[in-house]
Design a binder for this molecule. Structure first.
Ligand SMILES: Cc1ncc(COP(=O)(O)O)c(C=O)c1O
Length: 394
């Protein structure tokens, strides 16, 4: 009765089962994975956000496959602030970045073809690829005092005889490693895109959350036109409003291919017309609220990072890997047990919830991932317990 693409193992994993059991028993949980910004005590301008949804123009239905022009102009304005000039025709609104991925994969790949994705990275790639009938091939990010793209893994993924690849995905900065693509890496990626007729897809949802400026970093892929390039972002992280379900794709590329891509994408978007009119009218205001939200989020993230770095002295068995941005920290700890076992023990014995590295496809054991969004008291209480447990066991 069901498609094979939905043959997922539907039993919850051990960590989810344990968490559910703890919550059922009413036991406390120090959730160091909380990355829902609406649960983290930030100050949202409720009146501004809600009144933006009550625009009387929303009573008329004037569908546009790319999404309301005024909304796309606001998105173009966001990139103009970063020195990137776009025309609204290059922008398509979607209900989420996930939907944007689907549009782009439907545009680029036939069933059974492949896309390259970084490892470790965003856990949803498996599902996004499966639902769009494409295969994943991984290239590696390697850690040497900072995460960088491992060039030979890209070369191997594109070697002759490897299945048909249609696109290279980058996450800028990557979740959970917090590493941005630098200019040199972009050059290499573009060389591969040109040689193999591939598109570049850049997920930039966390791009505004850099811990420090850095010259070598790519500002945004939205301005890249040497290859067909799709840049994905949206309100879920930019304005810390995941519940609003509003994102976009910016398309750029060489003049011989860009108009063709835009025309085809327009048909995909026209088939769904997925962004509601009240939201589209509200987008300029919601985007603007980033100016009060981002400083709050960055302050939280920086405070938590500072505290972590003060605690994790050089001779401790737990260290934090260097990151350049994003909302996560990667902790390295002794691989005396698997990441899964560490996470299970921390939850069962200490009520501390962390993510094991394998959720993000780390190549080896010895990594836990925590969110940097929880309030400082929660992060500190959870980390103290984590440190005490590792010191006892290591
Ligand atoms: C790398 C990355 N892309 C996209 C998203 C989700 O974006 P959206 O809510 O727009 O689908 C997330 C959410 O955590 C993410 O980590």
């Amino acid at each position: 009765m069901f498609s094979s693409r939905t043959d997922w193992p539907l039993t919850p994993n051990r960590l989810s089962r344990l968490l559910e059991e703890r919550r059922r028993q009413g036991l406390p949980v120090l959730d160091l994975t909380e990355s829902n910004p609406t649960h983290c005590g930030f100050n949202f301008d409720a009146e501004k956000l809600l009144s933006a949804l009550a625009d009387p123009r929303s009573l008329a239905y004037e569908p546009d496959p790319r999404g309301l022009l005024a909304a796309r102009r606001a998105v173009a304005g966001y990139y103009a602030e970063r020195g990137i000039q776009l025309v609204p025709e290059q922008i398509f609104l979607t209900s989420s970045t996930s939907e944007a991925y689907s549009y782009v994969l439907r545009l680029l790949a036939n069933p059974g073809e492949s896309i390259l994705v970084p490892r470790p990275s965003y856990p949803l790639f498996d599902f996004l690829a499966g639902l769009n009938d494409v295969n994943l091939i991984w290239y590696s990010l390697a850690y040497h005092d900072g995460w960088r793209i491992e060039r030979h893994s890209l070369a191997a993924a594109l070697a002759p005889g490897v299945e048909r690849v249609r696109a290279i995905i980058v996450v800028h900065p990557n979740n959970p490693t917090g590493s941005f693509v630098d200019r040199e890496e972009l050059e290499v990626l573009l060389k591969y895109c040109q040689e193999h007729t591939l598109a570049l897809v850049a997920d930039e949802v966390f791009a505004d959350y850099a811990f420090a400026p850095e010259e070598r970093r790519v500002t945004s892929h939205a301005g890249v036109s040497e290859a067909l390039t799709f840049t994905l972002s949206g309100l879920s992280k930019i304005s810390a409003l995941p519940q609003m379900k509003l994102a976009w794709v910016v398309v750029n590329g060489p003049p011989d291919v860009l108009p063709k891509a835009l025309a085809r994408l327009e048909v995909i978007a026209d088939t769904y017309l997925s962004v509601s009119t009240p939201l589209a009218h509200a987008l300029p205001t919601m985007l603007e609220t980033r100016h009060s939200l981002q400083p709050q989020v960055l302050e939280r993230v920086r405070t938590n990072l500072r505290w972590l770095d003060e605690q994790l002295a050089a001779d401790l068995p737990v260290s934090r890997l260097k990151a350049e941005g994003g909302w996560y920290a990667v902790l390295r700890l002794p691989a005396v047990r698997s990441d899964e076992e560490w996470a299970l023990e921390l939850l069962a014995a200490d009520g501390v919830l962390v993510h094991p590295g394998h959720f993000y496809d780390f190549a080896t054991e010895g990594y836990l991932v925590i969110s940097l969004l929880p309030a400082a008291e929660i992060l500190q209480a959870g980390m103290r317990k984590l440190l005490a447990r590792v010191l006892r066991s290591a």
